[in-house]
Ligand binder design. Structure first.
Ligand code: CAA
Length: 382
């Protein structure tokens, strides 16, 4: 039975993440949103605090914490800057998790340790120009050669793409087997023929880096296959189940930030002779926003708790992401409405919440994909 009891450790993590976000992230967030500069120094400091390897076993240099701790930290950091949140989320959920779960000791020693320590960060390469939601349609190929594999293809929308050091890349090793012919490779960015493209100019999460990646005859040795040949799609899907909890926490952070900004503004802004928070039109909005944020928080924490309890969390993760991302967009829109004209200009900062929120309905499975995942689980009786 789900019980939401946060321990002293959880509270301490919230305080640490909140303080870090205020002291280290907030001062440069506006400027980085404008310039699109990647928060490299902040990411390295997150590594020192243990935020880049939160659920990695201490044996491999991680913090050895649970998923609930992770979502609490994600929420606090994304409340201040969702760009920093997504760098942390991809590293923890999509890269570390796969290597920790499926990697050999040698792979953990070489790749996981620096990722968990945050001295480098990673990227997850599943999407392609013609394989987004339809992820089984991978066009990137890996051909067997002596001692390894040669990869060719293009990956798209790769978060951390221009700045990462370690990339998990899905490729077809046997097209006839469809998704069972997909294999996951660990690739170092210095590999010959591995070429991250230019950083995309995005609507939101502008200081995180997203790019395409070209692979031209990239040789990857056998010992850089993660798991087994043909296991790549399973690794990708399982990683994304956890990833969706991370992105749900990012969306929760954005929604909370937007709500808190709207509440504070409504108490200070006067109209018709009183603070607008006393006007019923605004009160209806505030009540609605707070309720949606709290409902999202419950689903996000519940999905993390289920992961921690080793329960099947596929449906819970998809529900958390669907709910929290929809809420983030709606609450950010309402926060702009509460601010009126001031909400529409950059000086007042709330418009960034809306621009940052939108991507949470798209990446790590669109809302439409989350509906499919939830419905399929329901039909299975889960
Ligand atoms: N968990 C575990 N396994 C899963 C799974 C899940 N959530 N979803 C599917 N699978 C397994 C199925 O069990 C099946 O395995 P078996 O054949 O062994 O039984 C296999 O995957 C194929 O599944 P389907 O036959 O159902 O395939 P499908 O093509 O009908 O549907 C899909 C698959 C659910 C739509 C899947 O393609 C999907 O999730 N698409 C969305 C992709 C996505 O989320 N992309 C995000 C990109 S990464 C990103 O955004 C990161 C970033 O940079 C921020």
């Amino acid at each position: 039975m789900f019980s939401l009891e946060l321990s002293e450790t959880h509270e301490m993590i919230r305080q640490t993440a909140r303080q870090f976000a205020q002291d280290e992230v907030a001062p440069t967030a506006v400027e980085r949103d404008k310039s699109g500069e990647f928060p490299m120094e902040i990411v390295r400091k997150m590594g020192e605090l243990g935020f880049m390897g939160m659920m990695v076993d201490p044996e491999w240099g991680g913090s050895g914490l649970d998923a609930l701790s992770y979502v609490i930290a994600m929420e606090e950091i994304s409340k201040v800057d969702a760009s920093v949140g997504v760098v942390m989320s991809v590293n923890n959920s999509l890269v570390n998790w796969g290597i920790q779960t499926y990697g050999s000791d040698a792979q953990k020693e070489r790749f996981l340790k620096p990722l968990a320590a945050g001295t480098v960060h990673g990227a997850f390469c599943l999407s392609e120009p013609e394989a987004g939601s339809d992820a089984t349609s991978q066009h990137t190929t890996a051909e067997k050669v002596d001692g390894g594999w040669v990869l060719n293809g293009t990956k798209n929308w790769i978060t951390n793409g221009t700045t990462a050091q370690t990339y998990l890349v899905m490729a077809q090793t046997n097209r006839e087997l469809r998704h069972k012919g997909i294999t996951c490779f660990i690739i170092d960015r210095n590999s010959e023929g591995f070429e991250p493209g230019l950083k995309e100019d995005k609507l939101g999460i502008r200081s995180s880096d997203t790019c395409s990646i070209g692979l031209t005859n990239v040789f990857v040795p056998d010992d850089q296959i993660l798991g087994e040949v043909g296991q790549g799609f399973r690794i990708a899907m399982e990683s994304l189940n956890g990833g969706r909890i991370g992105i749900a926490a990012q969306a929760l952070g954005i929604a909370t930030g937007a709500f808190e900004a709207a509440l504070a503004y409504s108490q200070q802004r006067k109209a018709f002779g009183k603070p607008i928070a006393d006007l019923q039109a605004i009160q209806l909005k505030l009540a609605d926003m707070a309720t949606k944020v709290e409902a999202s928080r419950m689903l996000v924490y519940k999905s993390a708790w289920m992961k921690d309890m080793h329960l099947d969390y596929i449906k819970a993760a998809a529900q958390a992401k669907l709910m929290a991302s929809t809420t983030a967009v709606q609450v950010a829109l309402d926060a702009i409405q509460v601010h009126g004209g001031y909400g529409y200009v950059r000086e007042y900062l709330v418009e960034r919440f809306l621009r940052d929120a939108k991507i949470t309905e798209i990446y790590e499975g669109t809302s439409e994909i989350q509906h499919i995942v939830i419905a399929r689980e329901l039909v299975k009786g889960k």
